[in-house]
Design a protein around this ligand. Structure first.
Ligand code: ATP
Length: 263
């Protein structure tokens, strides 16, 4: 079993300890286009929440607002943590740096001393099962391995944000969408293993209902233009196939409404 020490991961392993982030009446407009309207959502410490919705419903806009990459038009975002860590579909690694240096850079920029960051980097690489591959450059790794490096880097970044503030938040924007089905399946299981070991709050955006149900404790369905919360499901104790069926049926209704111009 992979061990991660308190020094590397100073995040309290507690769940249901209040919201890590809360959105109240959030709206975001780009000129004439209202991407999000009257958006309310809470994500609690240690909770894994999946956001699902049709293309263009504002999922990425929401993550960008939470990451501070966009500014709000209206409403309020309250965060109990300083800076969330973000992981995208593209691993966005520095091609001239080794896997280890890509992870270490997040710690270096935060001012972590050399010896400490080497130890922490090795632990994060072990955690994503890349121990021994830290000296490889991105082009020497498979797509799945590159996403493992990106996950290790996001966790390193989250650990810094959490050092003084307690809970941390990991924002994931379709991180496995570009991978083949087998690799995606493996990485979904890996993400769950790592989440159980480290308990960050996760807000995970996906187009794939099955992926949302497999990963999320809670699945949140968004409407399109403007994006709002239409319905939420708890995955606790519900058979996966039944929940996938329910969400798909509701998603079809939401897309149908939008297509008819009535939603
Ligand atoms: N920087 C921007 N400038 C203008 N319009 C934007 C900008 N970013 C997003 N939009 C618009 O806001 C709406 C929501 O876009 P967003 O990318 O958040 O949706 P999404 O649900 O993530 O889509 P997809 O699932 O296809 O990635 C879309 O109509 C999009 O065209």
């Amino acid at each position: 079993m992979t061990m991660i020490t308190q020094q590397t991961w100073p995040v309290p392993r507690q769940r249901d300890a209040g919201p890590v982030v809360r959105l109240d009446g959030v709206s975001k407009a780009f000129g004439e286009v209202t991407a999000l309207a009257e958006f309310d959502l809470e994500v609690h410490a240690g909770e894994f929440v999946c956001l699902i919705g049709a293309s263009g419903c504002g999922k990425s806009t929401l993550l960008n607002l939470l990451a501070g990459l966009e500014s709000l038009t209206e409403g309020r975002i309250t965060r109990a943590t300083s800076q969330p860590a973000v992981m995208f579909q593209d691993p966005a690694l520095m091609p001239w740096l080794t896997a280890a240096r890509n992870v270490e850079l997040a710690l270096q920029l935060a001012g972590v001393g050399r010896a400490d960051r080497k130890t922490r980097t090795n632990e994060f690489l072990e955690l994503v099962r890349l121990g021994g591959l830290g000296d490889k450059r991105p082009h020497e790794l498979s797509g799945g391995m590159r996403q493992r490096v990106a996950l290790a880097r996001a966790l390193a970044s989250a650990s810094i944000g959490a050092e003084n503030d307690g809970p941390c938040l990991l924002l994931m924007d379709e991180p496995f969408a570009a991978l083949d089905a087998i690799t995606r399946d493996v990485l979904q299981q890996e993400l769950l293993r790592i989440w159980r070991a480290t308990s960050p709050a996760v807000l995970f955006v996906t187009h794939d209902v099955r992926e949302a149900v497999r990963l999320g404790q809670r699945v949140v369905l968004l409407s399109s233009r403007p994006g709002r919360v239409v319905q939420q499901w708890s995955a606790d104790g519900v058979p996966e196939s039944a929940l996938v069926g329910q969400i798909n049926a509701r998603l079809r209704e939401v897309i149908g409404c939008h297509g008819n111009g009535s939603g």
